[in-house]
Design a protein around this ligand. Structure first.
Ligand code: ZN
Length: 212
């Protein structure tokens, strides 16, 4: 439930055009970290920090349940998974980003559910901060939307702490629908829907890893 940011235009996939093409290719190869074998999952909020909350539906619970499902799916794919929390505990943001930086050959995925006043917001969106995290965000967003049939709010850049301070690995923050939206809230209260969300996130991670 970070605050809304204005969406930026999607970055062109054709960054390599032009005279700097060769240099750009080499730079991309040098910074390509898709050989990661570890996924650091970060369920948002916890304990007294409930995140978005309507009635008894708390973002902290939805995020943890979803992250646990993603964890199981990724382990089945042979990936290692580190969880920032596996219980209803409070983790300071600095500890989350420190965990994101603690291991080489990893990616960092923070999982949240969204909120807006009035309840009109709907759909899923995925945030990145550094450009080397854009493709990871794009893959997760695409598979998440496909699997959940939620409105596609797109890939957006933002300045949220966990994706700004996680500098050593690609880092994204996923917003899996709006707790404040009555119809989305009804869906996310079902295990079937959270299963679909988890499948979308996991499939996006696996597809990103396999992509050229
Ligand atoms: Zn949140």
């Amino acid at each position: 439930m970070p605050p809304q940011n204005s969406p930026r235009p999607l970055r062109s996939k054709h960054l390599l055009a032009g005279v700097a093409g060769i240099a750009a290719v080499l730079l991309l190869l040098a910074s390509d970290v898709r050989a990661f074998d570890t996924v650091i999952l970060d369920p948002g909020h916890g304990a007294h920090d409930r995140g978005a909350a309507i009635g008894y539906v708390y973002e902290k619970h939805l995020a943890l349940d979803t992250a646990r499902r993603v964890e199981q799916l990724l382990r089945k794919e042979g990936l290692k998974v580190i969880m920032s929390r596996s219980r209803d505990v409070f983790i300071p943001l600095q500890d989350r980003s420190a965990l994101g930086n603690s291991k080489r050959g990893a990616i960092f995925v923070s999982i949240h559910y969204n909120y807006n006043r009035g309840g009109s917001g709907a759909g899923a969106e995925t945030y990145y901060h550094f450009s080397n995290s854009y493709m990871l965000a794009a893959y997760i967003q695409a598979y998440l939307v496909q699997r959940s049939s939620m409105t596609n709010r797109g890939v957006k850049s933002a300045n949220f702490h966990v994706i700004r301070a996680t500098t050593k690995n690609p880092a994204v923050l996923v917003e899996c629908g709006f707790v404040s939206n009555s119809s989305e809230r009804a869906r996310m209260m079902t295990g079937e829907f959270r299963k679909r969300i988890a499948e979308g996130i996991a499939q996006g991670i696996v597809a990103y890893r396999k992509a050229d």
